[in-house]
Each structure stands twice: as C-alpha cells, then as structure tokens.
Design a protein around this ligand. Structure first.
Ligand SMILES: [Zn+2]
Length: 247
C-alpha cells in the first residue's frame, strides 16, 4: 500500500472531493452483482432479457418477481467497512469545510445506511417502485410482494425505480454528477469497471479539469493507467485504512 501516503496528502489538500462507486463496493456486503444474480431458477435467463422496458412489457410478472427477489436479498445486507469509511470521509470533509459528493451506480442504498448523505443515485434504487401509469412512487421495505407485478391504487403495474438497459439515466442525478465531476479537484473511482458510460466519463471529465484521480478496485481496469494512483484491493480493506490514516 505504498500509494497510500500520496493519496492521504491529496485528500488533505483537496477542496472538492468526488467519489464514484460501483458494484465492487456492495459485493462485500453480499449484494450479488448483476451476473451473480442470474443463478438458480434464473440461470437460464439472460440479464438483458429481464432488465429492459421491453421485457417488462412482455412479461411483467417474471420481471417484477426477479427484482423482488433481489429486493428481499438486499434487505438482509448490511453496510461493510468500505461503506462506513466513505461516510466517515464525508464527515471528515464536512468538519474541514471541504465539499464531498458521493455518486453511486448501486441501487441498494447501503451508502445511506452507513450514514452517507446527499448520495447521487445514477441507476435509481430497488427500494422504490414506480407506477407505470400514474408515476406514483412508493418505498417498499417489507417482505415479498403478494402479487406480481405489484399494483398501484390506480390499477397500474408498479416497476422498480431502477435504470434498465436502453433507458436514460435520471436527468437530475446525471446533471449533478457531471457538475460534481467538473468542480472536483480529487476524484475517486471505487469498485467499478470504468466501462459503463456515462458514469465512466466522469473521471475523464474531472481529469480534464485538472483533478487528481485515484482508483480502488480488486483488479486493474481500463482506467488504471490513466489515474494518478491505483490501489488494487477490496474497497472494504483499502477505504478503512485510508480513513484511519487521516485522523
Ligand atoms: Zn398509479
């Protein structure tokens, strides 16, 4: 972990810190990645056949059942040390008048459960189900639904408020994410492959504006050679060490 001291120095100097997180951060909490979720009865399906508006239109019962299984699995998951270290880092920044913005591709809200606030959710959340007719949104924290798809009071089908393949990202979240990247002077990419745009563009936007950049990921990714620092370790190990070194 020889890269730690320079990153600590960069954190102390930075005024606007932006962090992008992906599935790698939640994996240590037992949240299955998209591919991992295709197991058991679902092994015969291609994720692209379940996570599209066309799939929901074709078979809302099957798609909502699959997402509800994921939702119930998420309810058993707890934040891991990586989530908690990012919440600590936000508090540390707040005490020093630095801006800190967390942007996530994860839909599980484990960052919020760990104490992070004002999180930008690029891919929505599995906890909110939206009516496809009237747009009403409900937070669903209980056990499995009684019917699939769940129904709105208006009679419309409810779907998870997540971003499906072929759908636009929520406009306000995306705008905030781009603004955050542009304004940052230190940008972290954590637990994400750096391949899925537009999230993958954020680090390049930050770098073009002169921000220093760091990656924390289990394996090297397409952005590894482009960042100022790279730590190849689980986020649940690297982030607590980083947070501990600050105090
Ligand atoms: Zn409705």
């Amino acid at each position: 972990m020889t890269t730690l001291p320079p990153i600590i120095e960069a954190l102390r100097e930075a005024k606007a810190i932006a962090v992008l997180t992906g599935a790698g951060v939640s994996k240590e909490s037992g949240i299955p990645t998209f591919r991992d979720a295709m197991e058991g009865l679902w092994a015969k399906y291609d994720p692209a056949e379940l996570a599209t508006p066309e799939a929901f239109a074709r078979d809302p019962e099957k798609v909502s059942r699959w997402y509800d299984e994921r939702r119930v699995r998420c309810s058993a998951a707890r934040p891991n040390p990586g989530h908690r270290a990012l919440a600590d880092l936000q508090a540390w920044c707040g005490e020093r008048g630095k801006s800190f913005t967390l942007i996530t591709q994860n839909i599980d809200r484990l960052h919020q459960a760990a104490g992070s606030h004002d999180v930008i959710e690029l891919h929505g959340t599995i906890w909110v189900w939206r009516c496809t007719l009237c747009g009403d949104e409900q937070e669903e924290r209980g056990g499995p639904f009684e019917r699939y798809p769940p129904l709105c009071a208006c009679g419309g089908f409810r779907r998870p408020a997540v971003v499906w393949f072929g759908e636009m990202l929520p406009e306000q979240a995306l705008r905030r994410a781009f603004d955050t990247a542009e304004a940052s002077d230190l940008f972290f990419s954590i637990g994400t492959s750096g391949l899925v745009t537009p999230a993958a563009d954020l680090i390049h936007i930050a770098a073009r504006r002169g921000a220093r950049t760091a990656e924390i990921n289990m394996e090297p990714t397409s952005i590894t050679g482009l960042t100022d620092w790279a730590i190849h370790a689980p986020a649940g190990e690297a982030l607590p060490r980083l947070a501990a070194a600050l105090v």
